[in-house]
Design a protein around this ligand. Structure first.
Ligand code: FES
Length: 156
């Protein structure tokens, strides 16, 4: 019984090898659907590590919101796409806040006279800490952590 089983296993393995050879011959001689599918499937997987690397580099670059020189001292700048406002309340001190007004969710439009200003109903927020300087908003803009390094401002 044991020997029969062993033979069956060996024969089975030999059969599998033979099948592989036959498949290889078939795909070599006649272009089969299977061979056509296998070849393109291998190419993207070998390219995958290469395409991943540039993406990671691009992501880290994309995180830079602005150069410090873009942000005026005593003022700030709204980044509408990121919904972030970056301010420089005092020389060399940078802050970032959500640009979404806490009143009814409009995006703040700009920074002037040391306040971040919402165009919808006139709320104003301090550039120093996002606190409400004028209503109707009742709560401050959410502060966002940032890193300032090498003249670049990035979200932390
Ligand atoms: S949504 Fe900004 S003041 Fe109303």
């Amino acid at each position: 019984m044991t020997e029969t089983t062993r033979r069956a296993v060996m024969f089975g393995a030999g059969g599998a090898g033979l099948a592989a050879v036959l498949t290889a011959c078939a795909s070599y001689g006649v272009p089969t659907t299977q061979a056509e599918v296998e070849q393109p499937a291998q190419e993207p997987s070998s390219d995958a590590p290469e395409s991943d690397a540039p993406k990671k580099q691009g992501e880290s670059k994309a995180k830079a919101l602005a150069d410090t020189s873009d942000i005026p001292e005593g003022g700030g700048k709204v980044f509408e796409n990121q919904k972030i406002v970056v301010t420089q309340p005092t020389a060399g001190e940078f802050k970032a806040f959500s640009a979404v007004c806490t009143h009814q969710g409009c995006t703040v439009a700009g920074v002037s006279n040391k306040t971040i200003n919402c165009p919808c109903h006139g709320s104003k927020f301090s550039i120093a800490d996002g606190s409400v300087a004028a209503g109707p908003a009742g709560s401050p803009l959410e502060e966002k952590p940032i890193n300032v390094d090498g003249g670049k401002i990035r979200l932390a």
